[in-house]
Design a protein around this ligand. Structure first.
Ligand code: 4NP
Length: 156
């Protein structure tokens, strides 16, 4: 299974979401490729934001080896689940879908996590550590949902 987390810059939200996702799937020995990407290439090659690294580290997750990269069209073929952090990312991603199957791979993270329809993970870029902690909280709820879904699919 291949899972991609997507935000705007791929330095704040999606690197954290990637780290949390990888940790959880590893812990449960679920074979998966987990990656993240941004809708812009402005930060290409950069480390995650130091506040994302610190927030992850506070929860025992190391995301310091990650580097920002832009989303590319081939990602929509490679990945089974593509999670957008906000509505803008979602709308941009949908533009890349050529088929209904590809469109159905794209989900809004907050919706999938059960936070409500068309909700976005607030962008913490201009915020403080508590905004990054909020990203961690949203992502944790999200990964728990995905894990439960995978478990129930397996049971079928
Ligand atoms: P991210 O946060 O999309 O969660 O990585 C941002 C990072 C950079 C910018 C905006 C949001 N930026 O405008 O450069």
């Amino acid at each position: 299974m291949n899972v991609l987390m997507v935000c705007l810059g791929n330095i704040c939200r999606s690197p954290l979401a990637e780290g949390i996702m990888r940790e959880k799937l590893n812990k449960h020995r679920i074979q998966a490729v987990v990656d993240s990407a941004g809708m812009i290439d402005f930060h290409e090659g950069s480390l995650p934001d130091h506040r994302s690294i610190a927030t992850a580290r506070n929860h025992g997750v190391d995301i310091s080896k990650q580097r920002s990269r832009p989303f590319k069209k081939a990602d929509i073929v490679k990945f089974d689940y593509i999670f957008a952090m906000d509505n803008n990312n979602y709308e941009s991603l949908i533009e890349f879908a050529d088929t209904r199957d590809q469109e159905e791979k794209i989900h809004l993270l907050m919706e999938f996590a059960g936070f409500g329809v068309r909700r976005s993970v607030p962008d913490p870029y201009y915020g403080n550590l508590s905004d990054f902690e909020n990203v961690f909280k949203c992502s944790t709820r999200h990964v728990n949902r995905l894990h439960r879904k995978l478990q129930s699919n397996k049971a079928k």
